[in-house]
Design a protein around this ligand. Structure first.
Ligand SMILES: C[C@H](N)C(=O)N[C@@H](Cc1c[nH]cn1)C(=O)O
Ligand SMILES: [Zn+2]
Ligand SMILES: [Zn+2]
Length: 480
């Protein structure tokens, strides 16, 4: 395949800039922008300021929007939400405009969780082609990839082939609070001239081959709170004499899902769209096998014995995961305590055609009726803490055709077409509010360990990913 002179020039500039790109990611990872932890809220704001500064230096016109405030965890503690950054590079009416969305917040990370190194100090492991640190793949690396593209063009003194409009938020890992309203408010304003949307915030199916992603599951997150005594109790003095919140909660959690993954909430599968013959074909010839799953997970604990069933349960069937218990004793060592109030946290990944409001009704009715069966004198409440919808796009759209050609430009292969099990709540909002095609164009690999310990982005993925984002813009410019 023959590359255009502009692309050839751009690719070689990206290669030359490698060191600078790694330094940029080092600076970004050093800001612990954990949106789910109020003690880090100022760091999220600082991360936003860092990006605004980078974008301004590259000539972007930058505006911010205030998403308002948040009642943190329903505690009455009011927190300012971090700003949504809107930045424009190029306003040529003759060019297409690509809307780039990304998030600058990250999941929590503590060395004690099992990280080999400090999560917020980017480790350059050249021997293993890795950049290790929280946010390296989710989603700081990909956001910086776009900034790298703009920088390379400025250095080369060449115009971008399209206009870019950035929309960067700092609350994605905590439910994207406040963003939906901004998108609706700005649909005929800031977002008016958008031709298509591109999001780089997911992962390749395996470790070898790039993919384009046209579907995501939704996510509804719940807390079950069981409380009883006025304070924690001595289990030797009170054990056997009172209803224990933790015992009630353990019973309730065990009623939600079977060890084989089957969700036990009555009615939960009723609206799940059936698998069609056309859809079945989409699981054929993907560059994925069960060993990829084993490698990403670090153990052979697969629930399903073939690729099709595994991917269907990741992409197009719901799943329920138990995440943790707040208020329970969790330190090392033994403590003979009866916790007074415990909060069990779980989420359900949703798929077409499930409806979030209906699911919440089913969850609340079921947990309430199971709690009644315990005949406990404790109290139990169930609340939805955040939710986002599932999403499906048309992969036949020119936006996908352009991205497939860009993959060929950089990697010399046809990308896999995939759906994804995780969620980016705002994707559907962009599609519906702007009525434009949305494409997911991932930079990282399946084994990057997003949300986990030792999160990494391969150096080659960062560099080739930057080339890919740039090549995609050229292909969009040429798309019919
Ligand atoms: C795919 C994206 N990088 C991601 O990690 N999304 C999160 C979104 C979320 C939903 N609730 C809380 N965070 C995810 O899928 O868990
Ligand atoms: Zn993400
Ligand atoms: Zn994430």
């Amino acid at each position: 395949m023959v590359l255009s002179p502009q692309l050839t020039q751009f690719f070689s500039q990206v290669e030359q800039n490698k060191q600078g790109y790694i330094e940029r990611l080092t600076d970004a990872v050093a800001i612990p922008s954990v949106s789910g932890d109020p003690s880090h809220r100022q760091d999220v704001v600082r991360m936003g300021e860092y990006l605004q500064q980078q974008l301004k230096e590259l000539g972007a016109s930058v505006e911010i929007r205030d998403p308002g405030v948040q009642d943190w965890n329903g505690t009455g503690r009011i927190l300012q939400l971090p700003p949504v950054i809107l930045a424009t590079v190029g306003t040529d009416p003759k060019k297409k405009t690509v809307l780039v969305y990304g998030h600058y917040d990250v999941q929590p990370a503590l060395k004690e969780d099992g990280w080999n190194t400090d999560p917020f100090t980017l480790v350059l492991d050249e021997a293993n082609d890795k950049l290790i640190g929280r946010g390296s793949t989710d989603d700081k690396g990909p956001i910086l990839g776009w900034i790298n593209v703009v920088e390379a063009h400025k250095q080369l003194n060449i115009e971008l082939p399209v206009n870019i409009k950035f929309c960067l938020e700092g609350m994605e890992e905590s439910g994207s609070e406040g963003l939906e309203k901004i998108i609706h408010d700005e649909a005929q304003g800031y977002f008016k001239d958008v031709s298509a949307v591109c999001i780089s915030d997911n992962y390749w199916l395996g470790t070898e081959k790039p993919c384009l992603t046209y579907g995501l599951r939704g996510c509804v997150y719940y807390h079950i709170t069981v409380s009883g005594p006025a304070a924690d109790l001595h289990s030797g003095v009170f054990g056997g004499t009172v209803h224990e919140p933790m015992i009630d909660l353990a019973h309730l959690l065990s009623k939600l899902v079977e060890p084989n993954g089957k969700i036990l909430i009555p009615g939960i599968y009723d609206n799940v769209a059936p698998v069609t013959d056309k859809e079945r074909k989409t699981y054929e010839n993907l560059s994925f096998d069960l060993q990829d799953l084993t490698n990403s997970v670090g153990n052979t604990i697969n629930l399903h014995s073939n690729v099709e069933a595994t991917l269907q349960h990741r992409w197009r069937f719901p799943s329920l995961s138990l995440h943790g218990v707040e208020g329970a004793f969790y330190n090392p060592g033994d403590k003979t305590v009866i916790p007074a109030k415990v909060k069990g946290k779980f989420s359900i990944r949703t798929v077409p055609d499930m409806d979030n409001d209906e699911i919440t009704r089913l969850v609340k009715d079921y947990v309430t009726s199971e709690f009644k069966k315990l005949n406990s004198k404790n109290t139990c409440t169930v609340e939805l803490t955040h939710g986002g919808d599932h999403w499906l796009a048309s992969p036949d759209h020119w936006n996908y055709v352009a991205a497939a050609k860009a993959v060929e430009d950089v990697f010399g292969v046809q990308p896999d077409l995939t759906r994804e099990g995780c969620s980016i709540p705002i994707t559907l909002t962009f599609q519906e509010a702007l009525n434009k095609n949305v494409l997911l164009l991932p930079m990282g690999r399946s084994d990057d360990g997003a949300h986990s310990i030792n999160e990494k982005l391969n150096i080659s993925n960062y560099i080739n990913g930057t080339k890919l984002l740039g090549a995609y813009l050229y292909q969009v410019a040429n798309a019919q």
